[in-house]
Structures are given as C-alpha cells and as structure tokens.
Design a protein around this ligand. Structure first.
Ligand code: 4NP
Length: 150
C-alpha cells in the first residue's frame, strides 16, 4: 500500500512544494514531502509568486522549506514522483544500490479526460511564469494520483 509519497523537482521552490500542498489538501492522511535535486534554495520557503498563485487556489505553502533529495528518501517513501523526464533521470542517478522504490512521472497520473492528458512534464513556472497554469496541471495530476491509491 502506498502511504508515503515524495514529490521532487529541481529547486523545490515551485513545482514539488505545490504538488505536496495540492495533494495534502486532497489526502491529509498520507505522509507527503517534497525535495529538489538541486541545492540552490535549501532552507527557503516556496517562491513568492508560486505561493501567491497557490493561495489563489486555496493552498497555503508558507510553512514549507526547501531541501535536497537524499539517499534515505529511497527508504523512507513508498513512491517518488518526478516533475519532468530530466528530473526523473537525475533522481534515478541517485538511486542507492538495491533500492526498488518506484520513481515515476507525476504526469503519469493525469486522468484520460484531463485537458492536459498526454503531457509528460510539469512545466517549470520559474521559467514559464505561468504559475496558475502549472497549478491547474498539478491539480489534475493529484486527482489521478488520488484515484490510483483508492
Ligand atoms: P522548481 O523551479 O524546480 O519547480 O522549484 C526552479 C526554481 C529555481 C531554480 C530552478 C527551478 N533555480 O535554478 O534557481
């Protein structure tokens, strides 16, 4: 049974904390966390414009702080979800020997009926600046993830 999920992106200040917050809203009983493959923003709260867009959709991410993924995460979580294919490759490169923890794309969970169906990355709003569009995609991924756990 999947009871703990780690969301991972590059900086852990836009996409993965948003995924964590959106999923926590839908599944408060799960153990959820997020991390980045990079270390630039360790200790920082989510990016201001990302937090603002999230608040607009009802998610408070202000208590979250960025951290980097560590090898222990492969033991601590049942499932690790990456935000894009490069991110998935970067996570896989850190897999400890012998670990069989599944690492999947978050977009693998997009429901067939989603407007985003077929997308294989969560575009990085740090660069696209489309914070609300990214949240809409993350919400659809979260709905599909939730359905997969039932
Ligand atoms: P995230 O976005 O991976 O969705 O948190 C990024 C935020 C910051 C940087 C890269 C990606 N950065 O290079 O500072």
């Amino acid at each position: 049974m999947t009871t703990s999920i780690l969301f991972v992106c590059l900086g852990n200040i836009c996409r993965s904390p948003s995924a964590e917050a959106v999923m926590r809203d839908r599944a408060p009983g799960l153990v959820l966390d997020s991390a980045g493959t990079g270390d630039w923003h360790v200790g920082e709260p989510p990016y201001g414009p990302m937090q603002q867009a999230a608040r607009g959709r009802g998610y408070d991410m202000s208590a979250l702080r960025a951290r980097q993924i560590r090898s222990q995460d492969f033991n601590d979580f049942d499932l690790i979800l990456a935000m894009d294919p490069q991110n998935l490759a970067d996570i896989e490169a850190q897999r400890p020997r012998g670990s069989v923890t599944p690492v999947k794309l978050f977009t693998d969970y997009l429901p067939a009926g989603s407007a985003f169906a077929g997308t294989c990355e969560v575009p990085d709003p740090y660069y696209t600046r489309d914070f609300d569009g990214t949240l809409a995609l993350i919400e659809d991924c979260a709905e599909g993830l939730l359905a997969s756990l039932r």
